[in-house]
Design a protein around this ligand. Structure first.
Ligand code: COI
Length: 356
């Protein structure tokens, strides 16, 4: 069944909450736009997509995903160009990745027309919620949950796909301090590390709480066999600039999220002629580079975080401070280049932005 924009039923809010928002002071993830998209899946088919006022969900306490975590999500951002037209950044890549997560989690594929047309209609309807101050965007959170009312353990048959949106400021507003984790494990080959399954984030809460108490912002996960190779940071992929090479862990082992921002960064750097190596990267190599002065920059990448410089990395009892991120050539160039494309200020040669 093809669902065109015409097939989306729309119920508008009686009164917008827009005038309650202080757009001069928006943080990440705290306020939600007027509407949301909701679609149910049952008996092997997706039903009628609906855009309705943002509201609470009413679900049985026995709903499957609450107990067993059959839940996945995505993160996308929409911006406004200089004429005020909304531009959504690479939504088809998130759609494809969501279906990769869905497959691994025994959940149904979301058809492209529901995901993309739903997103376009929703962003179009709530276009006034897209903030326009520097470093802000409309953060879009598509997610799918298993909603069988059953507390036995089995793949569910009923699902909800929902998209909510939220005007958002930067996820990190200063360089992040990182703790290199070599006790707890995020992902193994064959596991779900490459997905955006809720459980990947749920399992990180305790280790993150521990390192926050020690004064660090985020964890850099290492492999579960030897704790030797770096994988990703709790909220983003990771890049290191050693000498004149940009190095990021490769995504071939099911353990690392195929970040859309990660891919954009690699593409822009390669376009510029910079050498990017996607490969196993050991913490020893990073320590060695810091010792001999060749570790120039380190940053995380993600939809929420954008390009987030790392101020220091702590491994065992050693803290490796990095130079002042304001002076970094590559991270700052990437930040500007990405912003220029996202806000429609620069030709979009890769066809990344989608007008609504
Ligand atoms: C995103 O960057 O969109 C994410 O989903 C990361 C999340 C931890 C906020």
């Amino acid at each position: 069944m093809g669902v065109s924009a015409m097939d989306i039923r729309i119920e508008k809010v009686a009164k917008s909450r827009l005038n309650e928002v202080d757009f001069g002071n928006i943080q990440f993830g705290k306020i939600y736009s007027d509407h949301m998209l909701v679609v149910y899946y049952d008996n092997g088919v997706w039903g009628q997509p609906e855009i309705v006022p943002f509201k609470e969900l009413s679900l049985s306490p026995a709903t499957t995903f609450i107990h067993y975590g059959q839940a996945i999500f995505e993160g996308i951002k929409a911006y406004k160009d200089s004429e005020g037209n909304p531009l959504i950044f690479r939504p088809r890549d998130n759609w494809a990745r969501m279906n990769g997560s869905a497959h691994r989690m025994a959940m149904p594929n979301v058809p492209e027309d529901i995901f993309i047309n739903g997103l376009r209609e929703l962003v179009n309807l709530d276009r006034d919620w897209i903030p326009s101050t520097p470093d802000t965007a409309l953060y879009i959170r598509p997610f799918m949950i298993a909603i069988d009312e059953f507390i036995g353990v089995k793949p569910a048959e009923k699902f909800m796909f929902i998209i909510i949106t939220s005007p958002a400021g930067p996820y990190y507003n200063k360089p992040v301090s990182i703790y290199v984790q070599d006790q707890y494990v995020r992902a193994f080959p064959g596991g779900i590390g490459f997905t955006k399954a809720a459980g990947n984030y749920g399992m990180s809460m305790f280790p993150t709480q521990e390192i926050r108490k020690m004064g660090y912002d985020q964890i850099l996960w290492t492999d579960g066999f030897e704790h030797k190779y770096v994988q990703e940071i709790g909220t983003m992929n990771v890049f290191f600039i050693i000498g004149d090479k940009v190095i990021t862990p490769d995504i071939q082992h099911d353990t690392i999220l195929a970040g859309v921002t990660r891919d954009s960064v690699i593409t822009l750097l390669k376009d510029k002629g910079v050498t990017v190596e996607e490969r196993l990267l050991s913490i020893d190599e990073i320590v060695e580079a810091h010792n001999n002065g060749t570790l120039k920059e380190a940053f995380g990448t993600g939809t929420a975080a954008s390009i987030a410089p790392i101020s220091a990395l702590t491994y065992h009892d050693r803290t490796m401070e990095l130079s002042d991120a304001e002076t970094w050539e590559t991270a700052n160039w990437l930040k500007k280049e990405m912003a220029d494309i996202r806000y429609g200020r620069k030709e979009d040669i890769h066809n990344w932005t989608l007008a609504v």
